[in-house]
Design a protein around this ligand. Structure first.
Ligand code: DOR
Length: 445
């Protein structure tokens, strides 16, 4: 494995930005900071003042393999991920078959070992009937248990009250929840169907997948976790109302943590008239005041993690009328440039973006030796040009579905280069290495 020297970088790490070099040997960061030009290297990258960040660790993606590979697969979507500076991902269980037993988990790991361009871990999906599989999980191998407390893509709703009690009481790993109250949504769907028939306008999505549905379900999750002392992580929060459920304490002192996704920080309901089904996702993108509240919660520390919820569907599928147009957007490639827009607007400082997309994720999931630019840690890094704008065009998407919800948008920043396990896996639109991602390992007692 080659030795890599990165010179003259603005290193964004652990709340600071410092100028200096980084030397990588055998996949690991061996020296950080200052002038390291004396170190022997096979490849030298002159960062020329560009920002070097720890690679993003995305704790919520849907890569569609097995069974839904016309939308994406682990190889194609992890390739798009490294083009967006994501160096590790945690993948969701609503594939076909669903990842609801140990055999299905092993099958996914085997595929990833052959095809993943980034490092990986997988969630086991809870169902109304698989509590034994949940209880027997190995916390050193599995990132968490995913519980769809609201129905979304796939048939994975867990709504049996006794089963929920058991999962929250007995899961040996972090419980990650999708929170939207399904009975509320079903009632809203009936009302809108009565009014519009099948052709419900897309801007009604946040009224159907409503604020009330979100708050009711996330309040239930928090209540269950408090009663059982569960390690709960609530995924993709979208409303101002839910923010008071979460504390501003440091991530490693909380047993209930929270995630928000890049698109919920970027779009608001004002975007439905132009983007329509291309921003239809669950939970729905809500109002501008919700978006502002989410950004405030990131700054205050109520939100611990920023992820993508990358969930590709084909263009054709998205063209269906409301009820048959699937929810979910491809996001891994554009999430970091979209977050950097908040930096350019003076809303999120760079070290805070790094904290929420990398450090906090590593801490929250107890990931071994990743998520920080530290000597001895794996070299998972992304080099970003903050002053090189690019416009997202149709045809520039690497995800298999071939489109982006950001099409037409001009971002101020561009991902130049991504390093995974000490190798350059993405550089200026090219992928110089075959897939070499490895399984994430966890330090848990
Ligand atoms: O919008 C979404 N799409 N939300 C989810 O929870 C699932 C995802 C998918 O798998 O398509």
């Amino acid at each position: 494995m080659s030795r890599l020297l990165i010179t003259n970088a603005q290193i964004v790490n652990e709340q600071h930005i410092t100028r200096g070099d980084i030397w990588i040997d055998k996949g690991r960061i061996e020296a950080v900071g200052g002038d390291l030009s004396g170190r022997a290297a096979d490849t030298v990258i002159d960062a020329n003042g560009r920002a070097l960040l720890p690679g993003l660790i995305d704790d919520q993606v849907h890569f569609r393999e097995p069974g839904l590979t016309h939308k994406g697969d682990i190889g194609s979507e992890s390739r798009a991920a490294v083009a967006g500076g994501i160096t590790s991902f945690m993948e969701m269980p609503n594939t076909n078959p669903t990842t609801t037993d140990h055999q299905a988990l092993e099958a996914k790991r085997a595929i990833a070992a052959r095809t993943a361009h980034a490092n990986y871990a997988f969630y086991l999906g809870a169902t109304n009937t698989n509590i034994e599989a949940v209880k027997s999980l190995d916390p050193l191998k599995v990132c968490g248990v995913k519980v769809f407390m609201g129905a979304s893509t796939g048939d994975m709703l867990v709504d049996d009250p006794d089963t929920l009690e058991k999962i929250f009481a007995e899961a040996p790993v972090l419980v990650a929840t999708h929170c939207e109250d399904t009975p509320t949504i079903v009632a809203n769907e009936a009302r809108f169907r009565e009014r519009y028939g099948d052709d419900v306008p897309m801007h009604c999505h946040p009224e159907i997948r409503s604020r009330e549905a979100c708050l009711k379900s996330s309040s239930l999750a928090v209540d269950l976790a408090r009663r059982h002392g569960t390690r709960l992580h609530v995924l993709h929060l979208t409303t101002a109302d839910e923010m008071s459920l979460f504390s501003t304490a440091p991530t490693n002192q909380k047993s209930i943590t929270a995630e928000v996704c890049a698109h919920h920080l970027f779009f608001s309901d004002a975007d439905y008239p132009t983007r329509g089904a291309r921003i239809k996702c669950n939970p729905a993108i809500k109002g501008e005041s919700d978006r502002q509240a989410l950004l405030r919660a990131v700054i205050e520390g109520r939100i611990d993690i920023i992820a993508t919820d990358h969930a590709p569907h084909t263009r054709e599928e998205k063209q269906n009328l409301y009820f048959n147009s699937p929810s979910g957007l491809p996001l891994v490639q554009d999430a970091l440039p979209s977050l950097l827009e908040h930096y350019h607007q003076g809303v999120l400082p760079l070290p805070l973006i790094v904290e929420k997309t990398s450090h906090a994720v590593a801490r929250l999931f107890a990931i071994q030796e990743r998520g920080f630019i530290r000597e001895g840690y794996w070299a998972d890094l992304v080099l970003v040009d903050l002053e090189r704008p690019h416009t997202v065009e149709p045809g520039t998407a690497f995800a298999k579905c071939g489109w982006s919800p950001f099409e037409g948008h001009r971002f101020q920043s561009t991902v130049d280069l991504t390093i995974v396990n000490g190798r350059i896996v993405y550089q200026d639109g090219r992928f110089p290495e075959p897939p070499r991602g490895v399984a994430l390992t966890f330090e848990r007692t």
